[in-house]
Write a protein that binds this ligand. Structure first.
Ligand SMILES: *Cc1c(COP(=O)(O)O)cnc(C)c1O
Length: 349
């Protein structure tokens, strides 16, 4: 037996992927761990997970399960363009800043065309500008737009904003991809259905994040325009993203979607962010850059204050969005948030 006397590490708010696996995903994994099952997605769990997505999104979309978000985004974008095409994104987009060139790599060179964000968001105007900037043979032809919902800076696109972006895409013959690493948090915050926020508003492909929502690992790529999914299974296999024991990527999704945990987890995370944001207001020398639209709060403070906070053992990122980021997850304990607030007050004084 392995030694099980391991201390439980205290909660941190550096990222929502610091959290563990939620009970619904864990239980489904346990159920999938019974007996022998066919491999590579030819199994009941994978079929059931795909059906869960189709009923949640109220449409007959094509569903693929991959290990992580970088693969989901990169392979989805690669399937939407040729190597001579380009992808319009926001300057703070994960595909631009945090994927090590994977979208360019998997598309064999499709260039990312970067627009300055307005509150970390792409606008119809910036899409129009980049799509019409050049028409000559020397420029990589714009073919796709990608938006992140909620954004890397914790902001939300309203349904109307997604629709306006989709209209700009249609006007220029561009496909629309959504990086939904925290898609559940967006649905919870906007109180709208997954369908409204995606295909009913013109999104062609969604990368739906499971990891930050409470799974161990796994993201789903959903093609609402099924013709775009041609040969996507081969693309996944070539990229090393076809799980041989696929049931263990699929079962947690079944657990999350059939129980509704995908939404309750996201609601909890968002509520904890709001709880934190409401109490940060009024702490001297701390400025809230953006407040808890979904499950993220960005704070501005002097380096001294942030150093003191780190010295008390708190972890947080400052390399995203130019401020200190605090993220809340499916299992955030409000007592621990209170401890953070107490230390924040002490360090800021
Ligand atoms: C976390 C995240 C991803 C996925 O990242 P991986 O580490 O590759 O799983 C994608 N997009 C955004 C906006 C993210 O925050």
């Amino acid at each position: 037996m392995i030694d099980l006397s391991v201390d439980e590490p205290a909660q941190q708010f550096a990222s929502d992927n610091y959290a563990g696996i939620c009970p619904e995903a864990w239980q489904a994994m346990e159920l999938a761990n019974r007996g022998h099952v066919s491999s590579y997605g030819d199994d009941e769990w994978t079929a059931r997970a795909s059906d869960c997505f189709r009923s949640l999104f109220q449409t007959g979309c094509e569903v693929f399960l991959v290990f992580n978000g970088t693969a989901a985004n990169s392979l989805a974008l690669a399937s939407l363009c040729q190597s001579y095409h380009s992808v319009i994104c926001c300057d703070s987009a994960h595909v631009e800043t945090d994927e090590c060139g994977a979208p360019e790599f998997f598309s064999n060179g499709s260039k990312l065309l970067v627009a300055p964000g307005v509150n970390g968001k792409l606008t119809p105007e910036s899409i129009h500008e980049l799509a019409t900037k050049r028409k000559d043979i020397h420029y990589p032809k714009p073919r796709v737009v990608t938006i992140t919902q909620p954004t890397e800076t914790g902001r939300l696109y309203s349904v109307d904003e997604v629709r306006a972006i989709s209209a700009a895409c249609k006007a220029h013959g561009l496909s629309l991809h959504m990086d939904g690493a925290r898609f559940a948090n967006a649905c919870a915050a906007l109180d709208c259905t997954p369908a409204e926020l995606t295909w009913q508003s013109g999104v062609d492909v969604l990368c739906f994040g499971g990891t930050k929502n409470g799974m161990a690992v796994g993201e789903a790529v959903l093609f609402f325009d099924r013709t775009l999914a041609t040969d996507f299974d081969y693309r996944c296999k070539q990229a090393g993203q076809l799980a041989s024991k696929m049931r263990f990527l699929a079962a947690p999704w079944v657990g999350m979607l059939e129980s509704g945990a995908w939404l309750t987890n996201a609601r909890h995370a968002n509520q904890c962010a709001r709880y934190f944001a409401e109490r940060v207001v009024g702490i001297p020398n701390i400025r809230m850059v953006s407040g808890a639209e979904a499950n993220t709060v960005f704070l501005e403070a002097s380096d001294e204050i942030l150093e003191r906070l780190r010295a008390r053992g708190w972890k947080f990122y400052t390399f995203i969005g130019g401020a200190a980021r605090f993220m809340f997850s499916w299992d955030t304990d409000l007592a621990r948030v209170d401890e953070l607030l107490r230390d924040l007050r002490a360090c800021a004084a």
